[in-house]
Ligand binder design. Structure first.
Ligand SMILES: C[S@@+](CC[C@H](N)C(=O)[O-])C[C@H]1O[C@@H](n2cnc3c(N)ncnc32)[C@H](O)[C@@H]1O
Length: 230
């Protein structure tokens, strides 16, 4: 098993219940929507996961391309948005085959930790080709090296308390301890970056970048980087 198949497996580890999943994606969609440029923007969400509120982003854009590597998750997205003409669901290879300058905004949220440094650099290079000269690339939910697990647990509990699923979140934390997550973490690892390390990756890939004031989503200990072509 790798991280993509972990995310492809229908189980209750990632989201403690449906309410958690839906509030999680609504939060992220609202934050992404805040970055969509006002007039007719083409948006790419790379590694979008279940994206149950992608219609909120699509409503603010001229078109939204959802890219998901996990086949079952992708099939569910295709079914969910079949009636929405502003949303297309693609594989990573299909997205990478798009012509240069196809997108005004590219978002990759909560994916960088599952990529090796070399995979991240390759993708940053692809995004550099795919984004328009004045476009924006957002790398969100970057996990810093220090205290990542306690910060994730605390953020989940707080998110649960604020959204009516606190006890389900407690149960979810116990379930994740017993899941494949920690085994995979040992075998495949997770990539952590300081703010300076992520900025160095982005600079080397040809961007000028800065850290956003706040992270997208519910975990304020993680970081979001905003990058434009240098
Ligand atoms: C934590 S989920 C993030 C989903 C969504 N963006 C969000 O913020 O909720 C991680 C995503 O990374 C994707 N992923 C993991 N490893 C990947 C890889 N090597 N290439 C592309 N996507 C990958 C998984 O399929 C999954 O959708």
């Amino acid at each position: 098993m790798d991280w993509i198949s972990f995310y492809d497996f229908k189980h209750s580890v990632i989201y403690v219940n449906e309410r958690h999943r839906d509030v999680h994606y609504r939060n992220i969609a609202k934050d992404i929507r805040g970055y969509v440029p006002p007039h007719s923007a083409d948006v790419l969400d790379y590694g979008c996961g279940e994206a149950t509120s992608a219609d909120l982003v699509a409503a603010a854009a001229s078109h939204l391309t959802l890219v998901e590597a996990a086949p079952n998750v992708r099939a569910a997205l295709t079914a969910r948005y079949a009636g929405n003409g502003k949303i297309t669901v693609l594989t990573p290879d299909e997205a990478m085959a798009k012509p240069p300058g196809s997108f005004d905004l590219i978002v990759m949220h909560s994916v960088a930790q599952y990529l090796t440094g070399a995979e991240l650099d390759r993708l940053l290079g692809e995004f550099h080709r795919l984004v328009k000269p004045d476009g924006l690339v957002i790398i969100g939910d970057i996990v810093p090296p220090q205290m990542a697990a306690p910060a994730a647990a605390l953020s989940l509990l707080r998110f649960g308390a604020e959204n009516g699923f606190f006890w389900a979140a407690v149960g979810g934390l116990i379930r994740i301890l017993l899941s494949d997550y920690f085994r995979l973490k040992k075998t495949h690892g997770l990539s952590h970056y300081t703010e300076a390390e992520m900025l160095a990756h982005l600079t080397a890939a040809g961007y000028t970048a800065k850290r956003a004031e706040r992270n997208i989503g519910h975990n304020p200990w993680r970081m979001t980087s905003l990058a434009r072509k240098a």
